[in-house]
Ligand binder design. Structure first.
Ligand SMILES: Nc1nc2c(c(=O)[nH]1)N[C@H]1C(S)=C(S)[C@@H](COP(=O)(O)OP(=O)(O)OC[C@H]3O[C@@H](n4cnc5c(=O)[nH]c(N)nc54)[C@H](O)[C@@H]3O)O[C@H]1N2
Ligand SMILES: Nc1nc2c(c(=O)[nH]1)N[C@H]1C(S)=C(S)[C@@H](COP(=O)(O)OP(=O)(O)OC[C@H]3O[C@@H](n4cnc5c(=O)[nH]c(N)nc54)[C@H](O)[C@@H]3O)O[C@H]1N2
Ligand SMILES: [Mo]
Length: 761
């Protein structure tokens, strides 16, 4: 196919990282920050007396290393520490109806919200309101709701442990377990799948394990963009001679070639490091089939091997696991032709992975949204655990499972009680500590919360951060439903669309960000967060707050609680005066936080217990469980070969629903986001040329169909039968109930679609 010039589409041929990344950082600082105080804060990111980077949940070595350069961490910090403001005058000049026409990028780019605001429906604008008035009115409205279970308490994963803990105590004393949470759209498959397999819903590796691993298998994540500090680790292990096998339907530049900005020689010589030793491109949704193929090959190799040279770790399987025989029988029954067809990978490629895996004495498997955001997300995660169990890769140095968490404290929020399915022992300890009886019935996760709002069962929504309506799929169903709410409260740093989907009563409460000083009655306070590897440490902001009216998240939650629950048993104001008291309370409800205040005062903090690292399995059988994925297809209702699978993915210049710019440098897209990435052969077969206008129609049954129009096709190195569009633009294609039944996670990465050409470029 002759290449046409399409505006904004230019192949990117350089390695990821390198000077391009440095230039992008300098630009982010220049565009957003007030020099010099704010720019200097960047140097305090992830330092012992500094703040935790809001960018991602990848850990840092002891928080004492020299400044780790990271382009997207810099963007996250500068975007928060921006000099731009959204004062009351802004709202006075722009009706909510007019703001709804702005793009997500334009809304957030206005800067930090400075005052508490209340919506005035007569004028269709947000107006400034005193904190006390706002809190009193919210309290009155909350007390007037039909029942506590008609209120949804959403949490986004930037909230600190202290804020999240107070928030769950508030909601439970109010009387509900409705805790929709961003992890319901993210790693819920991990939180549900891994406890069944290995007894805990978290990763088992530490950074030290990366120093000792002999093989890394990286499945369905894009660290060059989303976990950029991981690139330093990948760079190191490649230089140690460790092979990295990637499974990703798209070629992601940083997983191919990367120039480490921390590496002076690489920078000076314009050199780069090849990251993946093997790059396999399964079809979207083909991971379980690929993993089953790899494990089947291992079983076959083991059957041929003699005593002493066995491929499987039989001792581990016998001593530590359950369910092996049925699991192995299922693998033996799976036919190679079907594995090849569904995974989209040749048999010999899968056998080669098995061989590399059999050679390694210590393997880590890392994974992200490419694994979890599928209708079989939970089972996909469990296949990864199975693969590791076959060679005893739990509880030994250099080995384990590494889910790449999303938001910088999403894991911590769950550790301190943000869960819609509370365990009895936690509830008992809450009652012991605070003297009220928390509800025990299961509440709503994110999708269930929105379904309750759509049906009118839920009448109020409080959001501790985030952009729930845009983060959830299916705007067509969600946006109108938001307007039926009686109460909408958003605690936020920046303006976004969820704030504009106003209810009968709507409030916007501006809070401090991570980078800012938090001073309470007893002096400056630090908060704590937990990274992807279960390390808990302190974070202390240094910048002057964006406005004198901002309050900290813990203070806002305590204010809401006091206003709503006049007879509360909880000493809210004491806890706000001194966050050590919040941490003491956390420790009394969650024993694994013992000596919390003492241990966060050591640089680097402390690690929460991870029993699988000691080969202790907190499952009902007391063993790690081999859990089967029956069949190979993730959704057997869509096997018609004309149906393709669409994934919604992040560009390099976005943070979830926050769009920093319209560029996606490493994928060669500049100044636009209206693209659908397609395989060249699929395009040829469908008669679609580079840059042609297309439409994407879902292949769901009548009534469930959705369409994405006004997009162009771009040829990209993506597996056949697979297409990709940006999140959130592509979210309109995902029906709200197309979810992983086990975890409730929307299938954002695997929508059955058909593509038609509308007009030529
Ligand atoms: N700069 C930046 N950093 C971030 C974020 C951000 O938006 N911007 N978001 C944060 C959050 S909340 C999260 S959860 C993480 C997300 O981090 P990632 O997990 O990296 O998220 P995505 O970009 O959504 O998708 C990851 C990859 O999945 C691949 N993929 C799609 N479908 C499949 C499939 O069927 N199989 C396989 N094997 N791969 C597939 C895509 O090609 C893509 O490379 O990043 C966090 N960090
Ligand atoms: N189609 C599609 N949809 C997806 C995904 C996908 O891959 N594809 N990924 C899903 C995933 S993994 C996730 S985690 C969700 C993300 O869902 P959310 O967590 O709800 O969304 P964010 O875009 O991270 O939220 C951004 C907003 O958070 C607020 N904010 C920023 N910092 C702070 C702070 O310090 N405090 C407070 N209170 N507010 C703050 C700002 O107002 C900002 O506008 O989206 C999900 N949606
Ligand atoms: Mo996420």
């Amino acid at each position: 196919m002759a290449e046409k010039e399409i505006p904004g589409i230019r192949p990117y041929t350089a390695p990821a990282g390198g000077w391009g990344a440095l230039r992008a950082t300098a630009r982010a600082v220049a565009e957003q920050m007030q020099a010099p105080e704010a720019a200097i804060t960047l140097l305090r990111t992830n330092k012992p007396e500094g703040f935790d980077c809001p960018g991602c949940a990848w850990p840092d070595r002891k928080h004492t290393s020299t400044f780790q350069f990271c382009e997207n961490g810099a963007k996250a910090v500068t975007w928060e520490a921006t000099k731009k403001r959204v004062p009351p005058e802004f709202f006075a000049a722009n009706t909510v109806t007019s703001l709804l026409k702005w793009s997500d990028y334009e809304l957030e780019d206005q800067g930090r919200v400075t005052n508490p605001m209340v919506y005035n429906p007569d004028k269709d604008i947000y107006e400034a309101i005193d904190w006390d008035d706002a809190l009193t009115r919210i309290g009155e409205i909350l007390r007037a709701q039909p029942n506590p279970d008609a209120v949804e308490f959403y949490t986004s994963g930037r909230a600190s442990n202290e804020a999240a803990f107070l928030y769950q105590i508030f909601a439970r004393e109010y009387g509900t377990n409705n805790f929709p949470d961003c992890s319901n759209m993210c790693h819920e498959a991990t939180s549900v799948g891994l406890p069944e397999s290995i007894g805990i819903g978290k990763g088992t590796v530490s950074l030290d394990d990366f120093d000792q691993c002999e093989l890394l298998i990286a499945i369905g994540h894009n660290p060059g963009t989303n976990h950029p500090r991981m690139m330093g680790t990948l760079h190191e292990i490649v230089h140690r001679g460790v092979p990295i096998i990637v499974l990703n339907p798209l070629r992601e530049r940083a997983l191919e070639r990367f120039a480490d900005p921390q590496d002076a020689i690489e920078m000076a010589t314009f050199g780069a490091t090849e990251i993946a030793s093997t790059y396999l491109q399964p079809r979207i949704g083909g991971d379980a089939a690929a993993l089953k193929g790899i494990m089947k090959a291992l079983l076959e190799m083991d059957a041929l091997s003699g005593p002493g040279s066995q491929v499987l770790d039989h001792e581990f399987i016998k001593g530590h696991t359950n369910g092996f025989d049925a699991f192995a029988a299922d693998l033996r029954a799976a036919g190679w032709p079907a594995i090849v067809a569904v995974s989209g990978l040749p048999e010999d490629a899968l056998r080669n992975v098995a061989e590399a895996y059999a050679k390694s004495n210590a393997t880590i498997v890392s994974y992200g949204m490419g694994v979890t955001q599928h209708s079989t997300g939970t089972q996909n995660v469990q296949q990864i655990a199975n693969l590791l169990m076959l060679r005893g890769n739990f509880g030994k140095p250099g080995a384990g499972i590494c889910p790449l968490r999303g938001h910088s404290n999403v894991q911590g929020d769950r550790s301190v009680g943000i869960t819609e399915k509370p365990k009895a022992d936690m509830l008992e300890r809450i009652e012991q500590r605070f003297g009220f009886k928390p509800p025990s019935g299961h509440g709503h996760d994110a999708v269930a919360a929105m379904q309750a709002i759509i049906d009118g069962r839920s009448t109020a929504l409080i959001c501790l951060g985030g952009n729930l309506a845009v983060a959830l799929p299916d705007a067509e169903a969600c946006f109108p439903a938001m307007r039926k709410l009686d109460l909408l409260v958003n605690i936020a740093t920046k303006l976004n669309r969820t704030h504009l989907l106003t209810a009968k009563h709507s409030f916007l409460l501006p809070c401090l960000g991570r980078t800012e000083r938090d001073i309470q009655a007893t002096g400056p306070q630090a908060v704590t967060v937990e990274d992807s590897m279960s390390m808990v440490h302190a974070s202390r902001g240094k910048l002057t707050p964006a406005s004198e009216y901002l309050r900290s998240e813990p203070a806002i939650v305590a204010g809401l609680a006091t206003a709503t629950l006049p007879n509360s048993r909880v000493p809210w104001m004491n806890m706000i005066a001194d966050y050590d008291i919040i941490r003491d309370a956390i420790e009394s409800v969650f024993p694994e936080f013992e000596k919390y205040n003492e241990r966060i005062r050591t640089p680097g903090g402390f690690r929460l217990p991870l029993p699988p690292t000691e080969r202790v399995w907190n499952t009902p059988s007391g063993k790690a469980e081999f859990l089967r994925f029956t069949g190979l297809e993730e959704d057997p209702s869509f096997t018609d070969p004309t149906i393709m699978k669409l994934a919604t993915i992040r560009s390099h210049d976005q943070y979830n629903t926050t769009i920093y710019s319209l560029d996606d440098r490493y994928r060669g897209v500049f100044g636009r986001r209206d693209v659908v990435f397609m395989n060249e052969d699929d395009m040829a077969e469908l008669g679609i040329g580079q840059g042609d206008k297309i439409r994407v129609d879902t292949a769901f049954a009548q009534g469930q169909q959705r369409t994405l129009g006004n997009v162009i096709a771009i040829s990209y190195k993506i597996a056949r039968g697979s297409v990709a569009a940006y999140y959130p633009e592509g979210s309109c294609l995902v029906p709200l109930d197309y979810i992983d039944k086990a975890s409730g996670t929307p299938s954002y990465k695997s929508v059955p679609v058909r593509i038609t050409r509308v007009a030529s470029a």
